[in-house]
Write a protein that binds this ligand. Structure first.
Ligand code: BDR
Ligand code: CA
Length: 308
């Protein structure tokens, strides 16, 4: 099993990504660390506690950063609702957060796992950047970071930038320049990884807690996605989890990615050197295409496990 930490800002699609990761027998989820992003840090942390208790999984939840390294804090309640879990209501959790914060937890796990730890980052990269700044030696102890963020093309929060990177460009710069092996699962991939209404109805028929959550939140999100011309509900964060499990449904290239932190119109853009013009060493595997049908099979296979 691959030992992973899921760093996230739940978030409706973070929630589904968590359910998938916890259902997989290929992953050993060591901890979930939370960051401010889709909603405030108190809400993302509370949601992580609630979601794991709802699904019956006792994984430790460590609280992370409440704001970006610099610049203005942004949230996305217009997508994820006031609570961060869209239209879905889950009672408050009984369990408590882990006694260590997110950065100390990531460092602790990196030491315990002796270079084997992987990170799946599904929110702004603030926690990972702080861990690198606080414990620089951690860079050689993290085996791989698979992150949902960025885009080789256009953005979804500004014309140029994807939400997770835009929410903390300085942190993204630290992570992309860290030398830690990275797979970037950006909008080039995730805008093609969607669930149609038909898929969602099939998922509902699994009749378990994870499938119920996915059906309710994604049916609502589907309305939003349709406004932008998509035929289904985009599964941004679940795509990153699926990539860690099975690369057979993606096409990726090893490329140089730089983070724009200054541009008047382009702050938070991941500048992807597709034609290798810069002459700089590649620093990320950029996922550029997905086989949607295979992706949907992976999602369904994992969500079905909660019925068994
Ligand atoms: C990303 O932004 C968030 O709103 C989602 O949870 C996902 O991580 C997509 O741009
Ligand atoms: Ca997210």
């Amino acid at each position: 099993k691959i030992p992973v930490i899921i760093d996230c800002d739940p978030g409706i699609d973070d929630a589904i990504a968590i359910f998938m990761a916890l259902a997989s027998d290929k992953l050993n989820v060591r901890a979930i660390t939370t960051v401010a992003g889709n909603v405030s840090i108190d809400k993302t942390t509370n949601n992580a506690l609630k979601l794991t208790e709802y699904i019956g999984c006792d994984v430790k939840i460590a609280k992370g950063a409440s704001e970006p390294l610099s610049g203005k804090k942004i949230h996305a309640e217009f997508v994820h609702g006031e609570s961060g879990l869209g239209v879905f209501k889950i009672p408050d959790a009984m369990k408590q957060i882990y006694y260590k914060n997110a950065y100390d937890t990531i460092y602790e796990e990196a030491l315990i796992l002796e270079d084997k730890l992987q990170i799946i980052a599904l929110g702004p990269l603030t926690n990972i950047a702080i861990t690198i700044l606080k414990y620089p030696e951690v860079k050689s102890k993290i085996q791989h970071i698979t992150l949902m963020g960025g885009s080789a093309g256009y953005g979804n929060h500004t014309p140029a930038a994807e939400f997770n990177i835009y929410a903390d460009p300085e942190a993204a710069k630290i992570v992309f320049e860290s030398g830690i092996p990275i797979t970037m699962v950006g909008l080039d991939a995730t805008n093609k990884a969607y669930l149609t209404e038909e898929d969602l109805k099939e998922i509902k028929s699994f009749n378990n807690r994870a499938s119920e959550f996915t059906f309710c939140t994604m049916m609502e999100f589907l309305k939003f996605c349709r406004k932008y011309g998509y035929d289904g509900a985009l599964m941004h964060d679940p795509t990153a989890v699926a990539v860690v499990l099975d690369e057979s449904f993606i096409k990726k290239q090893h490329l140089r990615v730089d983070i724009e932190t200054k541009g008047e119109f382009t702050r938070g853009k991941t500048v992807v050197d597709i034609y290798k013009i810069s002459g700089k060493e590649p620093n990320a595997y950029v996922v550029l295409d997905v086989d949607r049908v295979k992706f949907v099979e992976i999602v369904k296979g994992l969500l079905k496990k909660y019925t068994e």
